[in-house]
Design a protein around this ligand. Structure first.
Ligand code: ADP
Ligand code: SF4
Length: 685
């Protein structure tokens, strides 16, 4: 790095207790769906962060004992000595790249249902489990507390043996016993662990002291603490008890990792928290209270904001989970002055959804996330071109853009044809909807890249026919022509077209995204898709002043968005916008006057008068061009259909498909089909 790099402050080493981080970039603990089940994939993913310049790289939650069993979610484990080798894979891989490895020890209290182990669920007081589960947690007595402290101490020792440099005590996200003891809503004890703040913080103090005692000679002890519950006066607030906790324990940890609770507030999506750096107002007091280094998060992707946070004395470390997922090489790009190349997180929480499903992490912006080990994909590097020279990509949505970018990186001459007047496909159109502005970053990143390359030719307003493609004479053709929303009502709940009166105004999401708004109201939005777009369109139309009635066969609005931690916010927002919500209702018919809805359970029907109906049911693939070319007499070297035209899905799926097609280009299709990906198979020894 040149001395005049304006961001050189971000690359200063920082001491954390007995260890020193090489720079200020700190990947805070984040889940990834790999954990103890996929240790090689996990080690490779964390190592990629270290290679990209993150000076500290952390695990996800690491269960310290079978009474903290998060099954079926896939997190890390340090239940006993046998878990050490799997975690050592990570520490060795991270150390090999010159970074520190951190481990987030956790006992989840009533947040773990112990479904696999069937162990009793523990909590400060008798209470229900954190989610609907037919058993309850029992209040820990003094011997339980002593045992728990021992488990934590032993796990810290095992973490040290596994090679970790930074070992966490964790009181955050409402997900851990230390946090539960601290918060009055979980703790109604009358002994020395309940009542006053000092009593409620006693367990944390003990854990910090005992962890220091056990491993503090060579390992730093970090404390992850949610300074604010974001519940106003009903919860812990940053400037009240949150501050008092930091004052009370100020010098005990070697590092303060501070954030807000719960997880949906900490990992807020851009849809409901558009501002990067949104946690700063809550955490900025911490450094005034402690002399120890502080790390904080808040979807920090702007180097200027990072620099200002360090210079203003708000943090010592730039914390990141999602920005490090979207771009593992973010620090390296800042170091090299390649700021425009940063792949910024769009705050969509597809990464979070993977963890909530117990599957390997995926990311909308970074298709290589989670594929480091199983497919050997690197976020910045791709194999150079083979024997072919030229490829045609048809369609510039997320699939076409990603495919073009990667093929161009490989060194091919790429021609990209787009029917419309702008690049980006569904990313461009969806990002015009209420709350989705940041999603445009998916297209922007790729368009910027293509603009830098001499081997890419882009043709706009070029709606190619099969004849056009054949006449172009390019032997390799990748079709990424997308999909459009159906207008006939066929979808999840009905495999037959709906009866629709010809005089009723019928709209689809594509109409609204193209700016065609309903002329008459109210408008019924029928959401049989149940993913995210229905709720977005309801917000979009209601915000624009339309009277909206929302009907869905689901039992809530946009049920899929529970996985992205947004569902409650969406339903709240619709209620506050005055949207009338009908759940458990299928659309039976559309008359000239309105919609006939039938109860999903009883079939009982009701008629709703409206002036327009927005049908959100299913998407039809645009595969005509591909089908025609496939059956033509012209033989192509490559003819492939990708993205939504092959299988409508998330934007993340389209980007992934584009990336995959570019990686596999010129590979033997049989070999590709056979290889699928490397699997971690349980040893039968
Ligand atoms: P995906 O998510 O798979 O990338 P999108 O629907 O976002 O799909 O994008 C598909 C893009 O393909 C759109 O921008 C559309 O205008 C373009 N397109 C569709 N058919 C053609 C065609 N025949 N020639 C050129 N571009 C096309
Ligand atoms: Fe960011 Fe979305 Fe990627 Fe998660 S999936 S890191 S929120 S871009």
């Amino acid at each position: 790095m040149s001395n005049n790099n304006k961001y050189s402050t971000l690359f200063e080493p920082v001491k954390i207790g007995p260890v020193t981080a090489p720079n200020r970039f700190y990947q805070v603990p984040h889940c990834c769906g790999m954990g103890h089940v996929r240790p090689q994939a996990h080690a490779a993913m964390r190592a990629m962060k270290a290679e990209g310049g993150w000076g500290v790289v952390s695990t996800e939650e690491t269960e310290i004992h079978p009474s903290s069993d998060l099954s079926p979610y896939v997190e890390q484990r340090l239940w006993d000595e046998r878990d050490i080798p799997a975690l050592r894979l990570m520490t060795e891989a991270v150390h090999a790249k010159g970074s520190l490895a951190a481990v987030e020890l956790v006992h989840n209290g009533n947040h773990a249902a112990n479904m696999l182990t069937r162990a009793p669920v523990l909590a400060p007081s008798d209470m229900s489990i954190d989610f609907a589960c037919p058993k309850q947690a029992r209040a820990m007595d003094k011997s339980d507390i002593r045992e728990f402290r021992n488990w934590h101490r032993n796990a810290a020792r095992r973490a040290k043996q596994a090679g970790f440099d930074v070992i966490y005590v964790y009181a955050g996200h409402h997900m851990s016993l230390p946090h539960h003891f601290l918060l009055p809503q979980f703790n109604d004890r009358t002994d020395e662990y309940g009542g006053s703040l000092e009593n409620r913080a006693r367990l944390i103090r003990e854990l910090l002291e005992e962890t220091h005692d056990e491993v503090g000679d060579t390992c730093a002890v970090a404390f992850r603490f949610a300074v604010d519950e974001m519940q106003g006066i009903d919860g812990m607030q940053a400037h009240e008890e949150g501050r008092a906790v930091v004052e009370m324990l100020a010098e005990l940890p070697d590092l303060w990792d501070v954030n807000v609770s719960d997880w949906s507030n900490d990992s807020a999506t851009t849809r409901y928290q558009p501002n990067d750096g949104y946690q700063t107002p809550y955490i900025e007091f911490v450094k005034q209270v402690t002399t120890k280094p502080v790390v904080a998060v808040g979807r920090l992707t702007s180097p200027d904001m990072m620099l200002s946070m360090v210079k203003r004395g708000v943090v010592d470390f730039i914390g990141a989970a999602r920005p490090s997922i979207a771009d593992p090489f973010l620090p390296q790009k800042i170091k090299d002055g390649r700021i425009d190349e940063i792949r910024e997180c769009i705050g969509c929480n597809i990464c979070v959804s993977s963890d909530n499903l117990g599957i390997t992490i995926r990311c909308t912006q970074n298709p290589t996330m989670g594929e480091e080990w199983r497919r050997d994909w690197h976020p910045e590097n791709i194999a150079p071109k083979g024997a072919e020279d030229h490829a045609l990509v048809v369609g510039a949505g997320p699939a076409g853009l990603e495919c073009t970018m990667q093929l161009a990186k490989r060194g091919y001459q790429v021609t990209l044809a787009e029917a419309g007047k702008e690049l980006g496909g569904r990313v461009a159109t969806e990002s015009r909807l209420h709350g989705l502005g940041a999603w445009k970053r998916v297209a922007d990143h790729r368009i910027y890249d293509l603009q830098q390359r001499a081997n890419v030719q882009i043709f706009m307003e070029s709606n190619l026919t099969a004849k056009d493609v054949i006449e172009l004479g390019i032997p390799n053709v990748i079709i990424a022509t997308g999909s459009s929303w159906r207008r006939d009502g066929i979808g999840r709940s009905s495999r037959r077209p709906l009866k629709i009166a010809s005089t009723m105004s019928i709209l689809t999401p594509d109409d609204i995204m193209a700016g065609r708004m309903p002329k008459n109201g109210p408008i019924v939005i029928y959401d049989d898709d149940q993913i995210y777009i229905g709720g977005v369109l309801a917000e979009h139309l209601a915000t624009a002043g339309h009277k909206v009635i929302f009907a869905t066969p689901a039992s809530m609005v946009s049920p899929w968005t529970e996985l992205t931690l947004e569902q409650k916010r969406i339903q709240k927002s619709l209620i506050e916008l005055g949207v009338t919500i009908h759940t458990g209702q299928e659309l039976a018919a559309i008359s000239a006057m309105g919609c006939v809805l039938a109860c999903t359970y009883s079939g009982q029907s009701q008629e709703i008068t409206c002036g327009a109906v927005l049908l959100i049911t299913e998407r039809a693939r645009h595969s005509n061009l591909y089908d025609t070319l496939k059956t033509s007499d012209t033989k192509f070297q490559t003819l492939e259909l990708i993205g939504d035209a092959a299988a409508p899905g998330l934007i993340a799926d389209a980007v992934y498909a584009g990336h995959m097609a570019a990686r596999n280009f010129e590979e033997d299709p049989d070999k590709v089909a056979e290889q699928l990906f490397r699997r971690e198979i349980v040893s039968l020894q």
